[in-house]
Design a protein around this ligand. Structure first.
Ligand code: DPP
Ligand code: ZN
Length: 872
């Protein structure tokens, strides 16, 4: 199929004034009556045909301005209903029938257990009724839901509840009205037997908002954290940006079957239950934190996404990059900005950098797509957030706030573009961001090569910074970018020195944001009495790869003394990365022993004096497989995984006593509370446990089993389970866990993932066996994610097995799932994206596998696009 191109954008030929929907809900056959009032837009010459998007709909009737149409009056295609050009205000009544229960793609109207619900972003509304299903058509909606009262006592839609009543046949009905014009992708309904918890929130201007969380009755006790998170997010957005909620009720709903993490439908946010439910027994610290982040993310969309929406789907990052930036800041305020930053950077570099280096590389604002649902990517979300963050770095908190306020007030009620966002930022700060816009258009991870020169005689320190960006699909050559580079210089004791560039009269501050615009930029600092240690890219001020010659001593100094958490982490991380890559490249040669300076630095992290255990836990971790993989060519992934394992074991042996001691100290028996301080201590404690599990001493075995048995919370229990899973003495515990939680799918997902990631040689066989587990279901994206996707993405040792069994398994599952849920199959198909960096023999196997998938009949457009891009 021909791709959709950004530059082909044309304004809509018809706008919609209002939509009145009636759903006669029935899991097998739901009838949808839509009255749409349309207004033609083109005044230049001929009016255009009235084209309404629609997919997989049974059309029952069409009335145009009250007159029933026959098949001769319109054209009905596979993806549209086309009527002749209309000259004036047009009232269209369309009746369609859909089958929610048969809808396993989970887009449009579908069933999750006994609940009926919709997912319309990006193009689900066209699976409900015929409509101009594009984000620049904004309309006011009312929605009347009619359903059996026993089966569907709760009936929810966008906006505020208006009216309700009973019908003589035992059905009841509720009408909802949303006063805010919105695009169709923000429409939603939920109908089911659900309970709720609630609280109220008083906005800054004194309005009371009812905040409700709906879920299955049994899940309600686990929803209190999400309710609190919603209120925290509401307060945060008022404090930071002066943005208040704008309806009388704010409703959150959790459901078990959901393709994404959550969805920001106006006034009715729907969540994958994974991101709504959390209690100490069943959820880990990371799960609690994820609930905070995702709830805040969806809430923040109310202004950046809903009140101001996107002109077209190419502008997706306009709302997603911005919502991620806002949720990252929110989470940073909750758990410490430094720790949050390191975690976000780590995720970006592991996932987005890989995406940017592979066959699916695309700009933050893509230029074309075949299936927009494939573009909810790390690049659009996470790199998009980094681009926004750079604006904050350039303009500071006040300037950024001014820009955001201007953007929101100028475009409230409109469908905007990334250019308009950047224009508001530029205008509010009197800046020229023309060059900065290239961040939206150029794919690939830019590289900064930094060459430092110290001139002792002149007492100057010069940084020569070269920027470049590797070619990516369809973008062979790149223009230089506008890059903020945050720097400080440390003296030998680790203190920041005052900074004065040679052309300046006096020093100002000890930290600077240097701006790069040219391919090569030179900065010379004056009055530098001794060779300093450069602390560069502080806070990870730009999403780039930086290469700079640093000695081991300099790295250790930065890791110990820098006051920037990112640089501290990065210094050790860079050191460890080089060590591991060196060991991999050395092949079978006996590895050189670990440098004592390095093991001492790691040991220091374990001491009670270390101020931030959460950061220490992050610094203690070895670089992930994907980071190492991304730095190599012609990789034998099995050998790389083995280098990682062997090094972990060696570190555990070298640091045995300090690890045990640190674990003992932090295992303080205090009851579980989820907060920044205690989850940080648990992270460090369990980091120690994970290293120790590499060793086979009786002491370690006892420790692991004791922690598993005595844990009063899922964080500690799962840490012990994970550590035990690769060991010979872990089977009993694995079985116990599976039995204990057999009624709780979200917890069993953790158990599935432990199996899927296991280094054991029979990991794949066990994954296959677990696909027959009563709780596993190929129609549930969480189950598939926890077992199949986890195996293919997070078990490099077994996925890349030399006999090709892992690849064959992936291919088989992609094809099977494609018939069930194309979005999930397409996600899984991404597991082959790394093939260009594999060794020749694996490369050949993957290419053959891709060809088989590509050649299969009836492959969905979603999966075709991913596989097609990968195999060129
Ligand atoms: N559900 C997705 C998100 O909130 C798409 N909008 O990011
Ligand atoms: Zn979002």
């Amino acid at each position: 199929p021909a791709p959709v191109r950004r530059l082909d954008y044309r304004p809509p030929a018809y706008l919609v004034e209002s939509v009145d929907l009636t759903f006669e809900l029935d899991p097998a056959r739901t009838r949808v009556t839509a009255r749409t009032v349309l207004l033609p837009q083109r005044t230049d010459g001929e009016a255009e045909p009235l084209r309404l998007d629609g997919r997989d709909l049974a059309l029952e009737s069409v009335r145009l301005n009250g007159r029933e149409l026959g098949p001769g009056d319109y054209t009905l295609g596979a993806d549209a209903l086309v009527l002749p050009p209309q000259a004036g205000r047009t009232v269209l009544d369309v009746v369609t029938v859909v089958e929610p229960k048969a809808n396993t793609a989970l887009t449009g109207l579908y069933a999750s257990g006994g609940t009926l619900l919709t997912q319309c972003e990006p193009e689900g509304f066209r699976r409900i009724t015929y409509y101009p299903d594009r984000p620049d058509v904004l309309a006011v909606y009312t929605c009347r839901l009619v359903a059996d009262e026993e089966e569907f006592p709760v009936l929810l839609s966008n906006g505020d509840r208006r009216d309700s009543g009973r019908l003589p046949d035992g059905r009841h009905w509720v009408t909802w009205a949303d006063p805010h014009p919105k695009p169709s992708y923000l429409f939603a309904l939920v109908a089911g037997r659900l309970g709720h918890i609630e609280d109220s929130y008083r906005t800054r201007s004194g309005r009371d908002v009812q905040v409700r969380v709906y879920a299955r009755e049994g899940a309600l006790p686990r929803c209190a954290h999400a309710l609190g998170a919603a209120k925290r997010a509401m307060a945060w957005d008022e404090e930071r940006f002066g943005l208040e909620y704008d309806l009388d009720t704010y409703t959150l709903v959790g459901v078990d079957d959901f393709n994404m993490g959550a969805m920001e439908n106006k006034g009715l946010n729907i969540f994958n239950s994974l991101y709504l439910e959390a209690d100490p027994e069943t959820a880990t610290d990371d799960d609690f934190a994820a609930v905070d982040t995702v709830v805040a993310h969806e809430y923040f969309h109310n202004w950046t996404g809903n009140r101001v929406t996107c002109r077209d789907m190419f502008q997706l990052s306009l709302k997603e990059g911005l919502a991620v930036y806002r949720d990252e800041r929110f989470s940073g305020d909750l758990r410490g900005p430094g720790v949050q930053r390191v975690r976000d950077v780590r995720a970006l570099r592991e996932r987005q950098f890989a995406e940017d280096a592979g066959p699916q590389a695309h700009p933050v604002r893509p230029d074309e797509y075949q299936e927009i649902s494939n573009f909810y990517t790390w690049t659009v979300y996470k790199k998009g957030s980094e681009v926004i963050r750079m604006l904050h770095t350039l303009f500071g908190e006040e300037g950024f706030r001014r820009g955001l306020r201007l953007y929101v007030s100028r475009h409230d009620g409109q469908a905007a573009t990334c250019d308009q966002f950047v224009a508001a930022m530029a205008e509010a700060n009197g800046a020229d961001l023309t060059q900065f816009m290239r961040w939206y258009g150029q794919a690939g991870t830019p590289v900064l090569d930094v060459e430092p020169v110290y001139d002792a005689a002149a007492r100057t320190y010069t940084l020569v910074v070269r920027q470049s960006c590797p070619p990516t699909p369809k973008q062979p050559a790149k223009e230089p970018l506008h890059v903020p580079l945050a720097v400080a210089l440390l003296d030998p004791d680790g203190r920041r020195v005052p900074l004065r560039l040679t052309h300046e009269d006096a020093p100002s501050g000890t930290e600077r944001v240097l701006e790069l615009r040219q391919p090569v930029t030179t900065f010379t600092f004056a009055d530098v009495p001794a060779r300093p240690v450069p602390s560069l890219l502080r806070g990870f001020s730009a999403p780039v790869r930086m290469r700079m010659p640093l000695t081991s001593e300099e790295r250790i100094l930065l890791a110990a003394h820098d006051d920037d958490p990112f640089v501290r982490w990065e210094s050790l991380h860079g050191y460890l990365t080089e060590l591991l890559l060196g060991r991999y490249r050395a092949g079978d040669a006996e590895p050189a022993p670990l440098p004592p300076a390095l093991t001492d630095a790691l040991a220091r992290l374990l001491r009670p004096e270390e101020p931030e255990p959460a950061l220490a836990a992050l610094m203690l971790e070895l670089p992930g497989f994907d980071t190492l993989f991304g730095a190599l060519d012609e990789v034998d992934p099995v050998r790389l995984a083995e280098v990682l394992r062997a090094t972990r074991e060696e570190l555990a042996r070298t640091l045995y006593e300090p690890l045990l001691e640190c674990h003992r100290r932090l295992d303080d028996g205090r009851p579980y509370v989820f907060d920044a301080e205690r989850s940080g201590r648990r992270a460090l404690k369990n980091g120690c446990l994970s290293y120790l599990a590499e060793l086979d001493t009786p002491e370690v075995a006892a420790l692991l089993h004791r922690q598993y048995e005595r844990a009063d919370n899922m964080t500690d229990r799962l840490a012990a389970l994970t550590a035990l899973a690769d060991r010979g003495d872990g089977d009993g515990v694995l079985e116990e866990f599976g039995r204990r939680w057999r009624e709780h799918p979200l917890v069993l997902d953790k158990w599935f993932t432990v199996h899927a990631r296991s280094r054991r040689p029979d990991a794949l066989a066990r994954v296959r066996r677990l696909m027959d587990h009563p709780v596993f279901s190929e129609t549930n994206p969480n189950r598939v994610g926890a077992l199949i996707i986890a195996f293919c993405f997070e078990n490099p040792l077994r996925f890349h097995a030399a006999d090709g069994s892992g690849y064959a398994f992936a291919a088989e599952q992609i094809l099977r799932l494609d018939a069930v849920n194309p979005a999930v199959a397409a996600r899984l198909a991404g597991c082959f994206n790394s093939w260009p960096s594999l060794d020749p023999s694996r490369r050949e196997t993957v290419l053959r596998t891709l060809q088989v998938i590509e050649g299969s009949e009836g492959l969905s457009p979603e999966t075709s696009e991913i596989v097609g891009n990968a195999s060129v």
